[in-house]
Design a protein around this ligand. Sequence first.
Ligand SMILES: CC(=O)N[C@H]1[C@@H](OP(=O)(O)OP(=O)(O)OC[C@H]2O[C@@H](n3ccc(=O)[nH]c3=O)[C@H](O)[C@@H]2O)O[C@H](CO)[C@@H](O)[C@@H]1O[C@H](C)C(=O)N[C@@H](C)C(=O)N[C@H](CCC(=O)O)C(=O)O
Ligand SMILES: Nc1ncnc2c1ncn2[C@@H]1O[C@H](COP(=O)(O)OP(=O)(O)OP(=O)(O)O)[C@@H](O)[C@H]1O
Ligand SMILES: N[C@H](CCC[C@H](N)C(=O)O)C(=O)O
Ligand SMILES: [Mg+2]
Length: 485
Amino acid sequence: MQLKDIAYKVSLLATSGSMDTDITSMTMDSRKAGTGSLFIAVRGTVTDGHHFIDKAIEQGASAILCEALPQNLRPEVAYVQVQDSAKAMGLMAANFYNHPAKKLKLVGVTGTNGKTSTATLLFRLFRALGYRCGLLSTVQNQIDDEVIPSTHTTPDSITINVLLSDMLRHGCTHVFMEVSSHAVVQERIAGLTFAGGIFTNITHDHLDFHKTFDNYIKAKKGFFDQLPASAFALVNVDDKRGMVMLQNTAARKESYSLQTLGTFKGRIIADGLFGLEMDIEGRHVWFKLIGKFNAYNLLAVYGAAVLLGEDRDEVLTQLSGLMPPPGRFEQVISGNQIVGIVDYAHTPDALQNVLETIASLRNENEQVITVVGCGGNRDAAKRPIMAEIACKFSNKVILTSDNPRNEDPMAILEQMQAGVPPIDFKKTITIEDRKEAILKAVSMAQPRDIILVAGKGHETYQEIKGVKYDFDDRQVLRDAFAAKN
Ligand SMILES: CC(=O)N[C@H]1[C@@H](OP(=O)(O)OP(=O)(O)OC[C@H]2O[C@@H](n3ccc(=O)[nH]c3=O)[C@H](O)[C@@H]2O)O[C@H](CO)[C@@H](O)[C@@H]1O[C@H](C)C(=O)N[C@@H](C)C(=O)N[C@H](CCC(=O)O)C(=O)O
Ligand SMILES: Nc1ncnc2c1ncn2[C@@H]1O[C@H](COP(=O)(O)OP(=O)(O)OP(=O)(O)O)[C@@H](O)[C@H]1O
Ligand SMILES: N[C@H](CCC[C@H](N)C(=O)O)C(=O)O
Ligand SMILES: [Mg+2]
């Protein structure tokens, strides 16, 4: 495709060289630039893509998209200067790949917690309803049965367009994707045409990146601000920021609630380890998912399906048969009835929700033993809070590592320990090695006790200093239970 067609409707500050230049691929990474490619120079958090313009040209790039033109322009190369490279990249990727999003029903899910759960349930529901579907999520990307490993919750705009094109080629009609706050700020969703957007909730997370809670709210709201009038914006109005998301959207404003009025109204009738019994718009339904937070996810999924034109009864029938996504309240039970629960709760809110759910399910006689850590190179403010929450709802707490990345694991654990109230010192121990920590929990547990292993859910690795070591909470629990029996 010619550069001028790729730049269609993108506002350009300056150009140099021929806009007729043929482009065969697009990349934001000089190391991946090949012959005939368009290299997009993006200013990142670690380095600046503008430093790699010459490198990209040496590798064969025939055009450059940037925010600042280099001093020496090469005559054989086309340069395009824009205000915001990341945003222009999104718009150009949509042009280059021929707007796959416009030919699909693309629904995005944003919020601190519940994105993967909601997007995955939507994907599974629409498949059960007979559609070919795509999924972009933290756990994995999927085109019907084909699994494509995911590297991010929301990939960059080029990758998204490549995946959407593949989905379209496969005959998909619906695609459900997570929209992270990083993705909104970094313009990874620029140029995408959404049929709908869902807001689950917003609580403390990622302040390392956004700096203030207000910025974090604005980032989430940015998704709704860019929805077209043809889309729906479906928000959880039980979250006090739900209505904020709708303030400036052109989309149709819709809501769901378990507590107040909303377009879609639900009520929990009963919940337990068996699942949830709910009333949804006057219909009585049983679900296999556990916990109040899943009642919200189910209501969001139901609302979105109805807004996409599906029959209410059919939606509830199919939804009641669905299982939770991997690593979300996943139970591993020992031969002598110790209940292990692996959950991806890695924020204070999620941890509290899961522990409150466990509290509501227990008979008071059994102990709750929580094994939890906090990620390195991520929001440090949540560390003491998560330790405090773990103590509040557990009989015993083992603080341990969760992807320390490039930080000193013991330094992270000391920050967690700072949140342990003095009265809880006696019930808290710290074991840096996550496997040892889980083994300790299993050794302490009696039949019917509940061990919550929080933070990693579906993850199958532990990331330490740039190396991802094989690690799976569920497998470690299974092995420990087998050894104990
Ligand atoms: C903090 C963050 O969001 N980082 C993302 C960002 O990288 P960056 O800003 O650090 O990039 P950089 O290293 O400074 O490089 C700047 C530019 O120079 C380019 N470069 C660099 C070196 C070189 O030799 N040649 C070259 O061209 C890079 O390709 C890049 O375009 O842009 C990259 C390309 O899109 C992302 O891969 C990267 O995600 C990193 C791996 C990451 O860990 N991101 C996490 C925090 C994230 O995005 N998480 C959210 C989920 C959060 C949630 O739970 O809600 C997600 O959506 O996954
Ligand atoms: N609607 C919800 N409200 C609050 N907590 C939830 C909700 N849904 C799930 N959770 C909790 O949050 C954890 C993470 O859920 P999920 O993976 O769906 O969130 P996410 O938003 O995709 O997270 P990420 O930002 O890592 O992509 C779950 O394991 C559960 O403990
Ligand atoms: N999407 C989240 C996942 C956190 C999962 C937790 N196990 C950790 O590594 O901190 C993040 O990248 O911040
Ligand atoms: Mg997710």
